[in-house]
Ligand binder design. Structure first.
Ligand SMILES: [Zn+2]
Length: 427
């Protein structure tokens, strides 16, 4: 049965409702301390994440979404059922993470709402100022509302902007029954910032065969690509003897370890690369005369380049064994995550949908690559392609973090439009 196509939302459509709903949610969520804790091996690593997940579950019920799964590890999946006639439309999911970065305090965050931004420096509080010269995207929001912290903490827009946007879109769909849509899943996860966000993900509870993480930056940006990432652990075993009687006998593991690191190509280091160029990076060294260890990470968008780097490390180890007879060098490599682009490209509709959703807002989508990984990359590996979409957060993981309300509205409407466009294609 052919049904009439639904009009996608523009930025103006119900704008006042979107602005106040997303801003109200956002300022409420950032006040809950959800800093994750690297030293805690329990999931979630901090109790504040549970408090936020429970608040979200309560708010979801209040907006009429009753199918809520929330487990002890703080994974929350809320399902909005299809509207009548749209039961066969594929399910789609939207993800955001509950925690904030442990690199700066997230305790007692005081959100400061700067209305009608005039383009000048913004006074945060505690003597700190946000200067548009250091954060050029600010000038795109003159006349708009900007939210910052009071300078004493981070803001937590990464990723509470994403949470607020998904919640606002869910609330809008729930309160606007005339909009046709298939099943929609709102998914909130713990401990992304400490790299454990997908460790205990309840994949079997997720119906959607593709999703979007709302965890990117600039308004209009889509990130379907991330690094391929490997960790390499190098163990160097030397020959120990009293240093006073060591001539011709000692093989000092520290000496070999420092040669190993010095032999890494400087032009392929994080500090010498950007854009599409990847790198080697020694992240930690420990050593003594008898043994030394080096932890390295390898990153590149192109898997064949990663393989070339792994082969280089192996041949470097063998050549140092020749140079320092008696030393033994063992390499152990482990994949951390991989570039999600090949999987996402298997279903071109995933990117087309989000581009259509953003274009309807009068914004030209920008495709870029993440020089890192995301929970979406891990989910993609589990078989659920999940590109990253903007949430509007800027200057992440620091006191100068900010977000514009217009960008949050655009992201909430991107979610809404994806859902509407999907129903149109399959309804
Ligand atoms: Zn994030």
């Amino acid at each position: 049965m052919a049904t009439k196509r639904q009009e996608l939302q523009t930025l103006e459509h119900d704008r006042a409702w979107f602005e106040s709903d997303v801003l109200e949610r956002f300022t409420r969520y950032v006040q809950i301390n959800t800093t994750s804790d690297r030293r805690n091996t329990i999931t979630p690593s901090s109790e504040g994440q549970r408090a936020l997940a429970e608040l979200l579950a309560k708010e979801l019920r209040a907006i009429g979404i009753s199918d809520i799964y929330l487990n002890d590890h703080c994974y929350l999946i809320a399902s909005l059922p299809a509207t009548p006639g749209c039961e066969t439309v594929p399910s789609v999911g939207f993800l955001a993470h509950l925690d904030t970065s442990p690199d700066i305090s997230g305790e007692s965050v005081v959100p400061v709402v700067h209305r009608e931004y005039d383009g000048a420096k913004l006074a945060l509080g505690h003597g700190y100022e946000l200067d548009p010269a250091d954060s050029p995207p600010l000038v795109d929001y003159v006349g708009d509302t900007i939210v910052t912290s009071d300078g004493s903490t981070l803001l937590g827009a990464d990723d509470k902007a994403g949470i607020a946007e998904i919640m606002t879109a869910g609330a809008y769909l729930a309160r606007t029954p005339e909009l046709r849509h298939g099943p929609v899943e709102l998914v909130f996860t713990p401990d992304e910032e400490i790299g454990r966000g997908m460790d205990r993900f309840p994949l079997r509870r997720l119906q959607s065969r593709f999703c979007y993480t709302m965890d990117g930056g600039l308004e209009g940006s889509i990130e379907p690509e991330c690094f391929n990432a490997y960790r390499v652990h190098v163990t160097i075993t030397g020959q120990v003897i009293h240093p006073g009687y060591a001539r011709g006998k000692l093989v000092n593991a520290n000496t070999v370890a420092s040669e190993f690191v010095a032999a890494l190509p400087r032009s392929e280091s994080p500090e010498a690369t950007d854009g599409r160029y990847g790198f080697y990076c020694p992240v930690e060294m420990r050593g003594g005369l008898g043994s030394a260890e080096i932890d390295l990470i390898i990153r590149d968008f192109d898997m064949s380049v990663v393989e070339r780097r792994l082969a280089f490390l192996e041949s470097l180890a063998r050549s140092l064994e020749n140079k320092f007879p008696g030393v033994e060098i063992v390499l152990e490599s482990e994949q951390q995550y991989r570039n999600m682009l090949p999987e996402i490209n298997c279903n071109p509709q995933i990117l087309e949908l989000v581009k259509t959703a953003i274009r309807a807002l009068g914004i030209e989508p920008r495709i870029s690559s993440i020089r890192g990984g995301t929970d979406g990359a891990r989910l993609t590996e589990m078989g659920v392609p999940t590109p990253n979409v903007f949430c509007g957060a800027q200057n992440l993981h620091g006191r100068y973090e900010w977000v514009a309300v217009r960008a949050m509205v655009a992201a909430a409407k991107t979610v809404t439009n994806i859902v509407l466009a999907l129903a149109d294609e399959h309804g």
